[in-house]
Ligand binder design. Structure first.
Ligand code: HEM
Length: 398
């Protein structure tokens, strides 16, 4: 029987699409067509392991052009095998050392404090917009890019417009084009200077097979640091949403309890929607859970569904940071930024930065004296990427 193409269902239902479909298939792999191609949707820790292990899947043919042209750019996300390993080493060196992570998190905290001083006085401010600015400035300062007031809106646009047609998508394309051009020039300038330890200089002088990256690719990789750092603003808005709905969580965060803060951060990353699913293409004929997956099939790993699967998480629709206290999280269990080993596979190399920056800002938010005026802070799961509708407006009294 011909399978119905599911692209429109995703466009309509967003995050709910795959979990609904998988529920109807009793959690088994769901064969389908997606984007006009044969596809199969899988989910759960075993599925995540299958997705990342044994070189089962390749990426460069799996990412749709509209996503590459807005969200990712033509860089590390689109590489496989040796080319990916060589490029990934650059990110691991830049992003996974404790010193650099601490420096960036402290910088974000300091800039957040300065910004928060300016929020006092009773006028509503958008926590999402303000935090995006804070994070774009922190990322710019940390990498060595010049701060500029239009940087945050451009980086937000690249993330906001990847999964939709229409004006949001157009804004994302224009923002990427503008920033790739500007940062290519910065890379060329850097190459005329002595190398330093700053990320921009290290990317500019990075060699692969003895050659420098072409300036556009180097600019893409620089954006692959400053864009997702700014995207942590989505998680901060979600954290504020959680603080509002579960006020009991505030006291331990306010007191600076680091263990609880980490549990809260993990629960934000599990509970709230960000990446709906990840895609790869079968390199050869494969089998998973008694389902044949022919070579060339698109394999979709249902991230949002995995985080709300009661076989993996008790009462998954409850926001309960305590579930992470005293619990070791498996490599394939909590996968908002991918699964497996970030050094060898495609898992996000910025996960520790995300956790550190979010933890720093969440403690500050819990200590900040603010309230939410009446607003619609609900989250529309059909919009990808989702965020509280109001962007979380806050009022900080004098
Ligand atoms: C809002 C927080 C973030 C989320 C939700 C997120 C999510 C993801 C996801 C889902 C992937 C793809 C995993 C895969 O394809 O298997 C990824 C890859 C990546 N992320 Fe993040 N990320 C975040 C923050 C960061 C930060 C802060 C950085 C850098 C400072 C970063 C840099 C990267 C890079 C360079 C890759 C490509 C890795 C590769 O292809 O090997 N991300 N991220």
């Amino acid at each position: 029987m011909a399978l119905l193409d599911q692209t429109l269902a995703f466009a309509t239902l967003g995050y709910a699409w795959l979990p609904d479909l998988r529920r109807r298939h009793h959690g088994r792999p769901v064969p389908m067509r997606f984007g006009g191609q044969p596809a199969v949707a899988i989910s759960g820790p075993d599925a995540a392991r299958f997705f990342y292990e044994h070189g089962n899947l390749e990426r460069h043919t799996a990412l749709p052009a509209p996503v590459v042209d807005t969200l990712f750019g033509r860089g590390v996300h689109t590489l496989d095998d040796e080319a990916h390993r060589a490029r990934k080493a650059l990110f691991v060196a830049l992003l996974m050392h404790e010193d650099g992570i601490d420096t960036l998190a402290s910088l974000a905290g300091k800039i957040f404090d300065e910004a928060a001083d300016g929020w006092r006085g009773g006028k509503p401010v958008s926590l999402f917009d303000e935090t995006a600015r804070v994070l774009a400035d922190a990322a710019a300062r940390w990498t060595g890019v010049r701060e500029d007031p239009e940087l945050a809106p451009d980086l937000v646009a690249m993330v906001d417009g990847f999964a939709t047609a229409g004006p949001r998508h157009l804004r994302a394309r224009l923002a990427r084009r503008r920033r790739e051009r500007q940062l290519s020039r910065l890379i060329e300038d850097e190459r005329r200077q002595e190398p330093t330890g700053e990320p921009v200089s290290r990317i500019a002088h990075h060699l692969e097979d003895g050659y420098l990256l072409d300036p556009r690719t180097a600019a893409v990789e620089l954006i692959n640091i400053i864009r997702p750092t700014t995207a942590v603003a989505w998680l901060v808005a979600f954290a504020a949403h959680a603080l509002d709905r579960s006020p009991g969580t505030r006291a331990r965060l306010r007191g600076g309890d680091d263990e609880y803060t980490l549990a809260f951060v993990q629960e934000v990353r599990r509970f709230y929607p960000f990446a709906p699913f990840l895609g790869g293409r079968a390199r050869r004929d494969l089998h998973f859970q008694r389902t044949e997956i022919a070579k060339g099939t698109l394999v979709l790993l249902d991230v949002y569904g995995q985080h709300h699967d009661e076989r993996v998480w008790a009462e998954p629709y409850e926001f309960r940071p305590e579930r992470f206290l005293g619990r070791k999280v498996g490599e394939y269990e909590l996968i908002p930024q991918g699964g497996g080993d970030p050094r060898t596979g495609h898992r996000c190399p910025g996960e520790k930065i995300t956790v550190a920056v979010l933890g720093t800002l969440v403690q500050r938010l819990a200590r900040l004296d603010y309230y939410l005026p009446p607003q619609n802070s609900s989250i529309d799961l059909s919009r990808v990427p989702a965020r509280p509708r109001s962007g979380i407006e806050i009022i900080v009294p004098q």
